[in-house]
Design a protein around this ligand. Structure first.
Ligand SMILES: Nc1ncnc2c1ncn2[C@@H]1O[C@H](COP(=O)(O)OP(=O)(O)OP(=O)(O)O)[C@@H](O)[C@H]1O
Length: 300
């Protein structure tokens, strides 16, 4: 079986699992914002936004610089609380949501990640941590490993946690690496990867956590063009497999090619609907003002 075939097989297997989960789960929205208003100061940067995202959707949030996209994402994830309105995540109040492993968050390339002195497999392994549970750590030896030296303690804790990963956990880690096409890089240091490869590793970490919502904030900024295409193909495959995708993206060409639905934001929602209708609409011109001509040209 070629590496590509293995990757495809992993995606298909994931699709089967998601289909089972979908059949068993209720049809509650993944994200549900109702009349949300928020400002860092007295002036709102997000105003009266209502939108729901259902399981399995692929939604892109677009808008000019400073239009409130990242703020909206933080509100969706409960990292900020609305001044007015309500934000719900998987049916719960977003601020109190504590089932973090259900969400995979991929930020713009963090420069810190470049300096991480750990391997790809170690990063992806972190996705399993929420499943280990304190009960799997709580044995008599726990206190013996603590030391005054924080680095030693952290190293010890990492080793203990590694020791607690079962064969099934490691299988999930390897499956996630195969899905993003990074199986061959498992033992490479994260800092030695290209930007696009690193972003795939962070997606793999989310998959290892069995996330069913991927939230990405301009994930391909600074990534070379070829890797960007591969990255979006991967997102398409994951979405086909049932994972909900919410993507902030400035590249309207990528949005038009990949997302099923567009939310166009400039403090308020200017458009929310199918991508083909967005392309035909005047939302871009209204939301982007003078930038619209340039951006629309970029989308062709
Ligand atoms: N932590 C903060 N404190 C104060 N103001 C903030 C903060 N974060 C963002 N803002 C302001 O809120 C507004 C919306 O910012 P936000 O980052 O949500 O927009 P954006 O659409 O994601 O922008 P960009 O496309 O440039 O990343 C901007 O005017 C920004 O300056």
């Amino acid at each position: 079986m070629s590496a590509d075939d293995a990757d495809r097989a992993a995606v298909v297997e994931r699709a089967d699992r998601s289909a089972e989960a979908g059949a068993a789960g209720a049809a509650e929205p993944v994200i549900d914002l109702a009349g949300v208003t928020f400002g860092y100061t007295a002036t709102p940067v997000v105003e009266d936004v209502s939108l729901t995202v259902d399981s399995g959707e692929y939604v892109a949030v677009v808008g000019p610089n400073g239009s409130g996209k990242s703020t909206l994402m933080r509100l969706m994830l409960g990292l900020l609380g609305p001044d007015a309105g309500t934000a719900r995540l998987f049916g719960e109040d977003a601020a109190g949501f504590d089932d973090g492993e259900r969400i995979g968050y991929v930020a713009q390339q963090a420069s810190a990640a470049r300096d991480m002195p750990i391997t790809v497999r170690e990063v992806v392994k972190m996705g399993r941590f929420p499943y280990l549970g304190l009960d799997r750590l709580a044995d008599g030896a726990f206190a013996d490993g603590l030391s005054d030296d924080p680095v030693r303690t952290a190293r010890w804790a990492a080793n203990v946690v590694s020791g607690r990963l079962t064969a099934a956990d490691w299988a999930v880690v390897d499956d996630a690496l195969a899905t993003v096409g990074m199986g061959a890089f498992a033992d490479r240091r994260v800092g030695r990867l290209s930007g696009g490869q690193r972003q795939r590793v962070f997606i793999a970490r989310a998959l290892a956590g069995e996330a069913d919502l991927l939230v990405l904030d301009e994930p391909t900024v600074g990534v070379d063009a070829e890797s960007v295409d591969a990255f979006y193909d991967l997102l398409d495959a994951l979405n086909d497999a049932g994972i909900t995708v919410v993507l902030i993206e400035h590249d309207l060409g990528a949005v038009v090619e990949h997302a099923d639905r567009v939310v166009c934001l400039n403090r308020e929602v200017y458009f929310d609907g199918p991508t083909e209708e967005f392309v035909e609409s005047d939302a871009l011109a209204r939301a982007f003002g003078t930038e619209a001509r340039f951006l629309a040209g970029g989308a062709e």
